[in-house]
Design a protein around this ligand. Structure first.
Ligand SMILES: *Cc1c(COP(=O)(O)O)cnc(C)c1O
Length: 385
């Protein structure tokens, strides 16, 4: 059995359990056995640290790594992440040439992007790997079916002149977290049609892909050649309706913990934090949790945010400030330095990211992703057992 190490000292920290991440990657691969797995590590791996998470995912069998921006992808390559790295959110003037030289797979959603990437390929003197993105119904990025023939023809012409290689055809789902939503079948149909059209014109993609985490977990017909998993890899359920992390066979990767910075007695009728939205009803003990919205703790959860201290739950008393918030410890004997677990796997009874999402009227994706740069990440089990 592995023993939990004692919490390291310090104001606040995010412990990242890379063994849990590896286990999640294996579990997701087992759910999509015929597809390759892309570890989506955009936005610093949803707040978990992109480089160590990409490494751990690759150790557990991910053969692709995905980011939103080219800058994120280039940073991974510069840090020595090997293999296929794909990025999909390009804006005019972005570093196409650097992407070509770093061997990235670069998504193209429209004619402007194809023009920029072919120009960069001519300068670089080598072809760019591109993947054509179809809008099959999400209504966000991607090429509309009406514009698809023009984009496919232009990409094939660029491939014939040696400036691009079309490595993939892909799209993204709007409502995969709501199984049975009628848009899902519609998007699957449109995706098959758009892929068939491109293949009929002569595109020979290495990978066709559509599934995010909820689709990987619930919709095998969406798996195609590759699944792109983000949130599930971090052990967070994509939606409470799909089940808890545990019910989905996933282990939460991030634990956010702080050290109680001050404990003090105050009389009845004492206002607590900005605006005095909490007033003590009797003489009591207050505990100071030294983490706030400057660390990515949502201020919107003021008065509701849960935290476990010495095995018991408390709620933020009054406003969450930039750097700190307060809990009313009642008559409990808690000392400075005691561990306050804001969220974690829940296996010791502590709140989860989902509990915080409910307290802040948001989704658990946002809770983990918004944890700020001021919070040190402590990567546990950096090398595979
Ligand atoms: C973020 C993202 C994913 C991963 O989504 P999860 O629901 O976190 O698995 C997959 N594909 C694209 C295009 C994305 O932007």
């Amino acid at each position: 059995m592995t023993q939990t190490p004692p919490p390291p000292p310090g104001r606040v920290r995010a412990e990242i359990d890379l063994d849990a991440l590896r286990a999640n990657v294996r579990s997701l691969r087992a759910r999509a056995p015929r597809a390759a797995l892309m570890a989506v590590v955009k936005s610093d791996a949803y707040g978990h640290g992109a480089v160590p998470c990409a490494r751990a995912a690759i150790e557990a069998g991910a053969t692709w790594v995905g980011t939103a921006t080219p800058q994120e992808a280039l940073a991974l390559r510069a840090a020595g992440i090997p293999g296929r790295i794909m990025c999909w959110l390009w804006a005019p003037g972005d570093p196409w040439r650097e992407g070509i030289e770093a061997d990235l797979d670069m998504s193209v959603s429209g004619m402007w992007a194809l023009a920029e990437v072919t120009a960069a390929a001519r300068e670089a003197g080598r072809p760019a790997r591109i993947q054509l993105k179809a809008d099959t119904g999400l209504g966000r990025n991607g090429c509309q079916s009406a514009d698809w023939p023009e984009l496919v023809a232009a990409a094939l012409a660029a491939q014939a002149e040696g400036t691009v290689t079309v490595t993939g055809l892909w799209s993204h789902l709007a409502c995969a977290d709501e199984p049975g939503h009628p848009s899902i079948d519609r998007q699957l149909t449109v995706f098959r049609e758009m892929v068939a059209y491109a293949e009929g014109e002569g595109v020979d993609p290495e990978v066709r892909h559509l599934a995010n985490s909820p689709a990987t977990l619930t919709l095998p017909e969406s798996h195609f050649d590759l699944v792109r998993t983000g949130i599930a890899m971090y052990g967070v359920s994509p939606a409470p309706e799909l089940g808890t992390a545990q019910e989905l066979g996933l282990r939460p990767v991030m634990t956010l913990a702080a050290s109680i910075a001050l404990v003090k007695r105050v009389p009845a009728g004492h206002g607590v934090s900005y605006g005095h939205h909490y007033i003590t009803s009797e003489e009591t003990t207050l505990g100071l949790v030294p983490a706030g919205y400057g660390d990515g703790i949502p201020r919107h959860a003021s008065g509701r945010a849960p935290v476990m201290i010495g095995g018991e739950w408390h709620r933020a008393a009054g406003r969450i400030a930039m750097d700190q918030f307060v809990v009313d410890l009642g008559g409990r004997k808690i000392q400075e330095g005691a561990e306050a677990i804001l969220f974690g796997p829940g296996t010791r009874g502590e709140p989860t990211a989902q509990d915080w999402a409910e307290a802040a009227d948001t989704i658990a994706y946002e809770i983990v992703t918004r944890i700020g740069a001021r919070v040190p990440r402590i990567h546990l089990h950096p090398t595979q057992a």
